[in-house]
Design a protein around this ligand. Structure first.
Ligand code: G4P
Length: 192
């Protein structure tokens, strides 16, 4: 996606050759025009798969996911990272380890909003190790819901997330694929 690639090159900064900071348009500041284009692109790619719900994990997945849900004409369900005091329903939970941030969290969703009838599309901002997506898979398995695709805004192809999800049989569609952040420079997979 041209606009996304342009913004990454213009405003992205590299942290220790492993992490791409995109705070100005995705993780802190959010560019609404970009989110609209992202949502349209995912909705076109994942059309005609019988998807009845888009899911994501708070917080940075929400903006691209809500626009995807809008363009698909289906609701969005946001998985929480901790049990809220106000969440009194019966819950489904699994522990996820974030390697990038070196913390564990409880991926949490209410049974009220996810059923065995659901056929979901998972949208997230970054794909690195794939731990978050595998946590989502474990939650879906607990209710018997189906996942018909994974849409990622920025994938780091030098980390194993995509390969692991592919091995599990999932179709992963990433809008920007970063092959390397070596020498503090962004190299897209298509550039090499
Ligand atoms: P995973 O996302 O593939 O499971 O990998 P990992 O466990 O390594 O990443 C955990 C968190 O770090 C996720 O955010 C993920 O989006 C973020 N992350 C991974 N690589 C990068 C990167 O290169 N740049 C940026 N900006 N973020 C990265 P999170 O904890 O869910 O945070 P948030 O959604 O609340 O922002």
């Amino acid at each position: 996606m041209e606009l996304l690639h342009k913004l990454i090159l213009e405003s992205g900064t590299v942290l220790e050759e492993k992490v791409l900071r995109v705070d100005s348009f995705l993780n802190h500041g959010v560019d609404p025009n970009l989110m609209m284009e992202i949502g349209k692109e995912f909705a076109e790619y994942f059309a005609n798969r019988g998807i009845n719900k888009v899911i994501t994990i708070e917080s940075s997945g929400i903006a691209p996911a809500v626009m995807t849900a809008y363009h698909l004409g289906v609701p969005l369900l946001v998985f929480k990272k901790q049990t809220s005091r106000t969440l009194k329903d019966s819950l489904i939970q699994t522990t996820v380890h974030s390697f990038t941030k070196d913390v564990d969290y409880q991926l949490t969703v209410s049974r009220k909003y996810l059923t065995s009838q659901d056929n979901v599309l998972f949208i997230d901002d970054f794909l690195a190790t794939g731990e978050a997506a595998l946590g989502v898979v474990r939650v879906l398995e607990q209710v018997g819901a189906k996942m018909s695709g994974v849409g990622i805004v920025v994938e780091k192809t030098f980390q194993p997330g995509h390969e692991i999800l592919k091995q599990h049989g999932y179709d992963v569609y990433s809008l920007a694929r970063i092959q390397s952040l070596a020498n503090n420079r962004v190299t897209f997979a298509s550039d090499v």
